[in-house]
Design a protein around this ligand. Structure first.
Ligand code: SF4
Ligand code: SF4
Length: 436
């Protein structure tokens, strides 16, 4: 694979090199050097944690502007269910879907509906006795990347099914081509609360190509939707999903929809890492299914969402209740053309922590790394620009940092030099000595 594409980028002018982000990155992908943060592409999983923690807004997710839809004659929005929860006092998804059409989309198909179809397919796969237990959801692309990097032995446990977003993009294109719209005229745009799903659409790892033509940030579209929503009295009947599909946006939604009783739903990247460590150590093989979500609150807490995840969760309950009692559903033969819902490429391990391709040299470097690490103060202060003393030792061995980047080592070196200067000054020849 060539260059790794990422949606999470640094705005170098805004970065003040404060080092706040380096310790919160779950894959130790950030270093601060020369007063600016730097993201190591091969390690970044696009979890968006650094976007949340940076008080200077120096980290951002790069998405398509809304104008991009005009590159296509037939524009399709596929909104994530999180979008419905962003608006105060709106419980009817038809209002939000109608507003999207008023913004310029010709069609709107819900990712929540595809989530229900994926749920049914997942259930069939979970009954397959050949899958190692616990089966791990593939819904969160940041977690799939985390497993590739930190827990490669768990790759066989991941459910090899495409995401609801990808499934809906495929259904949309197949259906629209079936009614005579040319493939090249159709532009399918995902409305996303998530940075990892931007990357995953641009550079899918487990399928040949994504059917998603662009990803628009939920934050961007929210500002444009607010005034339009106020103008809608009679929404169109556009909704197809029920509360199970909408509930996927929240932690536990996928597990609850699938009806698997023996499951764990965990959110927040630090919590997920603890659970995956247990799985790796064989301590959770009595559990059938694990739903792991990088963001607290699930997709409701995505870095591109506008509303607080806990407020969104409250609204989600109201939306689900409304949808149980009010079935203003659209009837459309969108799913008559079957699609392939399975991965077509194997997910590969990513060895980002490799010290050298040559095994002998790698062992030598590892020994050197341990020697350096033992000299360091082991307090993981982060003032060197690396998240831990071990990470600095690794950077030094890989010739990306110097031991003097550690302020404690620098202080010792300065003290040694000062002592040497004093010793030398006492040895001055009488011809230049002031005392002579
Ligand atoms: S948190 Fe990271 S990206 Fe933000 S200003 Fe500090 S060093 Fe720069
Ligand atoms: S997006 Fe996540 S993995 Fe990537 S640099 Fe930021 S915190 Fe680290």
């Amino acid at each position: 694979m060539g260059e790794i594409l990422h949606s999470v980028k640094l705005d170098i002018d805004k970065c003040i090199g404060c080092t706040d982000c380096i310790k919160r990155c779950p894959t130790e992908a950030i270093r601060v050097r020369n007063g600016k943060a730097h993201i190591m592409d091969e390690r970044c999983i696009d979890c968006g944690m650094c976007i949340r923690v940076c008080r200077n807004h120096a980290k951002k997710a790069v998405t398509e502007p809304l104008d991009k839809i005009n590159d296509y004659a037939y524009k399709v929005a596929i909104p994530a269910p999180t979008l419905y929860t962003q608006f105060r006092n709106i419980v009817n998804p038809n209002i939000v879907l109608t507003a999207l059409k008023k913004l310029g989309f010709d069609e709107v198909f819900e990712v929540a509906k595809a989530a229900e179809i994926i749920t049914a397919e997942s259930k069939r796969l979970l009954d397959d006795k050949n899958m190692p237990k616990p089966v791990i959801s593939s819904a969160c692309p940041a977690i799939v990347r985390l497993i590739q990097i930190r827990f490669p032995s768990l790759i066989p446990n991941i459910l090899p099914i495409i995401s609801p977003k990808e499934a809906m993009a495929r259904y949309a294109k197949e259906y629209l081509m079936g009614i005579g719209i040319k493939k090249e005229d159709i532009g399918v745009f995902f409305i996303s609360p998530c940075a990892a799903k931007v990357t995953n659409s641009k550079q899918p790892q487990v399928i040949e190509e994504s059917y998603v033509d662009g990803v628009i940030s939920l934050k961007e579209i929210y500002l444009k939707l607010v005034p339009v929503i106020k103008t809608i009295d009679q929404p169109e009947r556009l909704q197809m999903s029920n509360s199970e599909g909408i509930g996927w946006a929240h932690t536990g939604g996928e597990g609850n929809a699938s009806g698997i009783e023996n499951h764990i739903a965990v959110d927040g990247i630090e919590n997920v890492i603890k659970i995956l460590e247990k799985v790796e150590n064989g301590k959770l093989d009595d559990v059938d299914f694990i739903e792991c979500l990088a963001c607290v609150g699930g997709c409701l807490g995505g870095p591109l969402a506008v509303e607080n995840a806990f407020v969104s969760s409250n609204r989600m309950d109201k939306i689900k209740k409304f949808n149980k009692n009010n079935l203003y559903k659209r009837d459309i033969p969108l799913f008559d053309h079957p699609i392939d819902m399975y991965w077509t490429k194997p997910l590969k391990t990513k060895q980002v922590l490799k010290l050298d391709d040559d095994m002998e040299k790698a062992i030598e470097k590892l020994e050197h790394l341990e020697e350096i690490y033992n000299q360091l103060p082991k307090i993981d202060c982060g003032s060197c620009g690396a998240p831990t003393c071990r990470a600095l030792a690794e950077d030094i061995v890989c010739e990306n940092a110097h031991i003097e980047d550690c302020v404690f080592m620098l202080r010792e070196k300065v003290r040694d030099m000062a002592e040497q200067m004093v010793t030398l000054s006492q040895k001055m020849p009488p011809s230049i000595s002031k005392d002579s």
